[in-house]
Design a protein around this ligand. Structure first.
Ligand SMILES: Cc1cc2nc3c(=O)[nH]c(=O)nc-3n(C[C@H](O)[C@H](O)[C@H](O)COP(=O)(O)OP(=O)(O)OC[C@H]3O[C@@H](n4cnc5c(N)ncnc54)[C@H](O)[C@@H]3O)c2cc1C
Ligand code: SF4
Length: 449
């Protein structure tokens, strides 16, 4: 295949504006009042509610649903947001099908849980639309905490510290705050610039100074922060991406899914984004599903996800896998890439079929197949960029920061949370919980000091 033909296969305007607008509209449109009341009426208001136990931020779910029933939406929103300050975003992006809604007892009787995510959105949307402030700050403690990272973990920590009377300075590498809420989550899960509206509301509590484009490493060191502030919280996320480890990985057409997704989220006009005709995605997590579905919705003709293990081992939930398939994405299991082919641009990926050996380890079973591709996205996970932490004496394990249950690291006065710590599950809701718990522990520590 000639070079001109290959380049023509990656182009913008595959779909017209109306199709793009339809494809990138709200994935789960909000409930109207009558729908919300019907959904709320399905709740049994269980004692020791299993849905609350399953929520990583411990939201009193029957409590907020009860308030929806009595039309007390502000009270309902407060019940949610006092446990999860990003309850608005989580209502849109939480994999509820494996959290609260999976635990809902309605599943047993009717195989249909209470629509907890949609109800949470119904209760919280008016707060962000009106900018209503629900929280106030305790009298000033005179203490100042440095937060590194303006993603869900960092912002949750900053907000709770502000409520408790401390000042927080958030140093954020990116040009905008929000972390992956702004640069990573699929565009159709968070439309209308919701991530920035939510951050603006969080900051409106006061006492939080946001410094964008300020990065630990190039601009300041951890040692400086520990000297200048009463405590430090690290919410760095996972800034590095994993490589396939194959030859020709730098061939044009082979790229990181995360980078392309950030481009989608920041695009002023989605139709202008070049997209391949035949897209191959390597990986099995949420990022793989998101890049595959968004490529298809931008007009790619064929999109294939190839994952080295089976459907049960995929990081993406069954719901996400179904979403990919109903969007026309083909998922191939038990195969791993062995060669990227092409001269001046990728044209083909060769895969080896895989299976487990007697010890449960993955091995190639000798069979191979090829997929034609003008675009190959790597979606095989991210890693902590630990360069800024080198030589600081911080305990790391399996490439992540080791913390206690309350987020305390091995260094005095330093806490951490979110994706960058060991033992998390790489979800927005978990990052928010880490930030909240660390703030509560920092507060205790500052008051005892
Ligand atoms: C493509 C994709 C889709 C996802 N979809 C979902 C989903 O649908 N639902 C869900 O629950 N979760 C989803 N997740 C996971 C979720 O986005 C993360 O778990 C969550 O954002 C983690 O929050 P965090 O604050 O730890 O890190 P991040 O959101 O990564 O934020 C880290 C912040 O730190 C800043 N930073 C990084 N390095 C430095 C430095 N050296 N100095 C200063 N600041 C720095 C960055 O600028 C960024 O603002 C998705 C993740 C990806 C990659
Ligand atoms: S488990 Fe289901 S029915 Fe029970 S309180 Fe939670 S949402 Fe309501």
């Amino acid at each position: 295949m000639g070079r001109a033909r290959q380049q023509a296969d990656v182009r913008s305007h595959r779909l017209d504006e109306a199709e793009i607008a339809r494809n990138f509209g709200d994935l789960h449109p909000p409930l109207h009042r009558s729908e919300a009341l019907i959904a709320a009426d399905r709740c049994y208001f269980c004692f020791d509610a299993p849905c609350t136990t399953a929520c990583p931020t411990d939201i009193d779910i029957p409590g907020f649903i009860q308030k929806i029933r009595s039309d007390n939406l502000q009270g309902s929103a407060k019940t949610i947001l006092q446990e999860n300050i990003m309850g608005g975003m989580c209502a849109r992006v939480c994999p509820t099908e494996v959290l609260c809604e999976e635990a809902c007892v309605r599943n047993t009787h009717e195989e249909q849980p209470v629509a907890i995510g949609l109800l949470q959105r119904y209760a919280t949307d008016p707060v962000f639309a009106s900018g209503t402030q629900l929280f106030s700050r305790a009298p000033s403690s005179g203490k100042k905490v440095a937060i590194v990272g303006g993603g869900p973990a960092g912002l949750s920590c900053a907000h709770r510290l502000a409520v408790l009377g401390h000042d927080a300075v958030v140093f954020n590498r990116d040009a905008k705050p929000g972390g992956l809420n702004e640069y990573g989550i699929a565009a159709y899960k968070t439309i209308d610039d919701f991530a920035q509206k939510e951050v603006a509301w969080i900051l409106s509590i006061g006492g939080i100074e946001l410094r964008n484009e300020q990065a630990l490493g190039p601009d300041f060191t951890l040692e400086q922060l520990r000297d200048e502030y009463d405590a430090v919280f690290l919410g760095l996320g996972l800034a590095a991406t994993n490589a396939l480890g194959l030859d020709h990985e730098d061939l044009p057409g082979v790229g990181d899914a995360i980078e392309y997704i950030a481009g989608i989220r920041q695009a002023e006009d989605l139709a202008e984004l070049p997209v391949g005709r035949r897209v191959v995605v390597v990986g099995g997590g949420m990022t793989a599903i998101d890049i595959a579905v968004q490529s298809k919705r931008l007009g790619a003709e064929t999109v294939d996800i190839v994952y080295r293990r089976g459907p049960e081992q995929m990081g993406a939930s069954q719901y996400e896998q179904d979403l990919a398939q109903t969007n026309g994405v083909t998922i191939h299991h038990w195969a791993a890439p062995v060669e990227l082919l092409g001269d001046k641009h990728v044209t083909t990926v060769r895969f080896a079929r895989t299976e487990l050996d007697g010890n449960g380890r993955l091995k190639s079973c000798g069979d191979e197949f090829e997929l034609q591709a003008d675009t190959v996205f790597k979606a095989i996970g991210q890693a902590l960029d630990n360069h800024p932490l080198d030589g600081q004496g911080l305990d790391l394990e399996a490439g992540r920061i080791v913390v206690s249950a309350s987020g305390k690291t091995s260094l005095d006065n330093v806490w951490a949370g979110g994706d960058c710590v060991l033992g998390g599950d790489d979800l927005t809701v978990t990052a928010v919980q880490h930030g909240k718990l660390a703030a509560i522990d920092i507060d205790r520590h500052l008051r005892e000091a």
